[in-house]
Ligand binder design. Structure first.
Ligand SMILES: Cc1ncc(COP(=O)(O)O)c(C=O)c1O
Length: 398
């Protein structure tokens, strides 16, 4: 029987309320770029947070399921990475390997929070935290941040949020952050850890951009301070996507406190059975001296691309920009350009249409003030940034 002729006497129920979350605009812009390229345009994309990919070893074998929290050798290797970079002892049994850090967020939020719990996070911020929490029925408390706190949460902002909304159950932080690139120093992170510790609030630290930082090479904290180094109860989330350039392999991890290991195992074994096995085999090559050197050379290229943007700040004639401490993002208010283009969405659309440069308007990251700002990703590297800056300046001179 032709399925399209199956009789329906009653319509299906409406899609769930929990699926009513906004899509990630960056992915839509990615579609628009693909269409323009297919039509023959030479588009410079400063949209995606995607570094150049790692070479694939020729030895990958066909593989079956692994344990729900990953293979023992990879969990041990990840624990070793914490010893090497941060001097922190991590029990491999507390490492959960996941399908990207995205998979870790879903499982950790499910394991840690009930519907109706309040969880705070910074705005502007990475939109998936807000949208995954919302889909799970968690009440998201957005802390509106700006240059005065380097776009990061502070105890004072958390106190004010509790007065306004009631007790919090969780706090999600990111350092370096997306879209701003700003970092929490050891003192600021210690203050947040203490604030959460004193109230039994779960701290979830997204450390996906650790290692993509531009501070003093002699500073022992230069790669970022791990919340795990300050509090064994902190939940740390990380990924092979950014520093290691393995976005499409979909592999990340979480470091869990003791009480969340069994709940995570129960959830992971039902939701995904296991993280992808070939990706786990590939990831075993991530923690060698050669791979760290290979990735640090790529970070050095990001540093040059970043400097080109910082050197062009005056000519760009935009507004206040976030301090670009790390990751590969430059997030700036458009300042005087707003008078001409009306909004960041308008600016980005015209820039793509007239100059074939793709940037991301800030609304994804900050529904309140984001339409004043744009995010440039310099993961595309130095030559792309040189070309994009030339085109942007020509576009603005018109
Ligand atoms: C701050 C942040 N966290 C998490 C992710 C998710 O990355 P993945 O699922 O590839 O690990 C991203 C991706 O851009 C990000 O910017």
């Amino acid at each position: 029987m032709d399925p399209s002729s199956t009789p329906h006497s009653a319509p299906p129920p409406a899609p769930s309320d929990r699926s009513r979350i906004p899509p990630f605009q960056v992915m839509r812009i990615t579609d628009a770029i693909a269409r323009r390229r297919a039509a023959g345009h030479d588009v410079v994309s400063l949209c995606a947070g995607e570094p150049s990919a790692r070479p694939v070893p020729g030895s990958l074998q066909p593989a079956g399921y692994t344990g729900p929290l990953g293979t023992a050798p990879l969990r041990e290797a990840i624990a070793g990475h914490y010893r090497g970079w941060y001097g922190v002892a991590v029990d491999p049994a507390s490492v959960a390997v996941t399908t990207g850090s995205s998979g870790a967020f879903q499982l950790v939020f499910l394991a840690a929070f009930n519907p109706g719990d309040r969880v705070a996070l910074a705005s502007p911020g990475y939109p998936a935290y807000r949208n995954i929490l919302t889909a799970l029925g968690v009440q998201v408390i957005e802390l509106q941040t700006g240059p005065e706190t380097r776009y990061q949460p502070t105890p004072a902002l958390l106190d004010a949020a509790e007065v306004e909304f009631g007790a919090l159950r969780g706090l999600v932080i990111a350092s370096p952050a997306n879209p701003t690139g700003t970092m929490l120093g050891r003192d600021e992170l210690t203050d947040l850890v203490s604030w959460c510790g004193a109230r039994g609030v779960r701290l979830i630290s997204d450390e996906i951009y650790h290692g993509i930082t531009f501070g003093d090479p002699a500073d022992p904290d230069r790669r970022g301070v791990s919340a795990r180094a300050l509090d064994p109860g902190a939940i740390v989330i990380n990924s092979f996507s950014k520093y290691w350039g393995m976005t499409g392999w979909r592999l990340g991890w979480a470091l869990l406190p003791e009480d969340l290991i069994a709940p995570m195992e129960a959830l992971a074994s039902n939701f995904a059975l296991s993280p992808p096995a070939p990706a786990q085999e590939m990831a075993l090559t991530a923690f060698t001296p050669e791979t760290y050197a290979e990735r640090d050379a790529i970070v050095a290229d990001f540093a040059r691309a970043r400097q080109l943007i910082l050197d062009a700040e005056r000519d760009l004639d935009w507004g206040v920009a976030a301090p670009a401490d790390g990751a590969f993002y430059y997030y700036s208010d458009l300042g005087p350009q707003l008078e001409r283009f009306g909004s960041a969405t308008g600016y980005a659309a015209e820039l793509l249409e007239r100059a074939d440069v793709a940037v991301v308007p800030g609304l994804d990251f900050d529904p309140v003030a984001g339409d004043r700002a744009v995010r440039l990703s310099y993961a595309a590297g130095e030559p792309a940034i040189v070309e994009a800056l030339e085109r942007i300046l020509r576009f603005q001179r018109r």
